[in-house]
Design a protein around this ligand. Sequence first.
Ligand code: SF4
Length: 430
Amino acid sequence: MLLFLGISISNALFVIELIRERYDAKTVIRNSVPSIFSWSEVYLNPYQGCFHDCTYCDGKSEHYHMHEDFGTRIRIKQNSPQLLERFFRKQGLRPVNREEKTLLHHLGVNEIQQEKTIAKFILFIGGGVCDVYQPIEEEEQLTRKLVELAYEYNVPVHILTKNHLVLRDLDLFKTINESSYASINFTITLNDDKIQKIIEPNASTSAERFSAIKSIRKEGIHSGVYFYPVLPFLGDSDNNYLEIFSNAKKVGAEFVYCWGLTLKPGRSKNEFLKTVRTQFPSYLPKYAKLYGNNNKYGILDYKQLKPLKVTLPEVKGFQYNYEFKIPYTAKRYIPPGRIQSNLALSEILMRAHHLKVNVLKEKSKEGGKLYKAALILEKCPEDVLRMNKNHYKMLFIPHEAEEYIIDYFVSGKNTKLKELEREVYQRIMS
Ligand code: SF4
């Protein structure tokens, strides 16, 4: 099916031919390990391809096996709601917010009231590499159907988008947040409107996204900013950092997560450099040097940071997080039915790992050991704080994590992590 969308850029009207292709997917559910990026463990995305067509989009890389015309051909997994519902049922969930006639009811038997179920995971609708609120969603309403299902089955949700169309579903997010948890977040990386329109041509403006966060926060729903990817030279000036953090603070964003740009060799890198060549030619030699290592994961060449006067967003971002008193990651929501202390401790250890490995770039193995300890806690079926010494020993939790565990055990808080944050700030400022 063809659809024509009129896009006005610099007063000229371009008509873009958008192709929709519907198909039945074999699977839509993807599992992941919780991280400071998102505490979700279950991801799904009903679309392949994204009309926002951001020039830095990692999703265009051959690595993800997406189609070449990623920005103009949208593949729609039309059976996503059925697959999601099947997944919910397999997890033992019931549609507690939907009237459902069971077989017993049809047989005229008075049914015994069943207990309300609540998911033990957070569902990330989106993630991966295509925006679930891209313009096509306005007509398709496929993401809305998934959110409706999450509401019916009492499942907490996490959303990440660049489109204020997400506000259309605010009513549903409100009800989900009242019974469990909803977190609606925006990627915002460029405050300069002109640059933003060139780099993210068909997404909402940054101002629209900030305003959407304000509306979401007004309803008491969780929301934050993914300042990601921070674009070297185009989006890493003090001014851009200042604008993003000040606006985030003004609209009540609960966190600002900062991360850098990856350019995987192939389609993704070529397309981004093509935009730089045509729109910002003076930066091309710098980009060519910074990403000249052709790292297969698209990671920049650390040796070029100093000569090119580039500061990693993990470092510069943390400075702003600290000074603006805005957390560098969302606070973890732990669904009822999970072991609260284990997962809260895992959150502390993952944050400490991030500070040591990504912000301080410590060479010692301590950061890696903290991460290993966090993963053990994620899977541990017993509350570590209530274990006897022998059982605890059998978990083989690296000793580097012990001071954080004892601190949490004694104070019930994360004073050790707070100390580390203070120390990290002092070290990066010295
Ligand atoms: S919104 Fe995300 S998925 Fe869509 S083009 Fe932009 S970066 Fe890619």
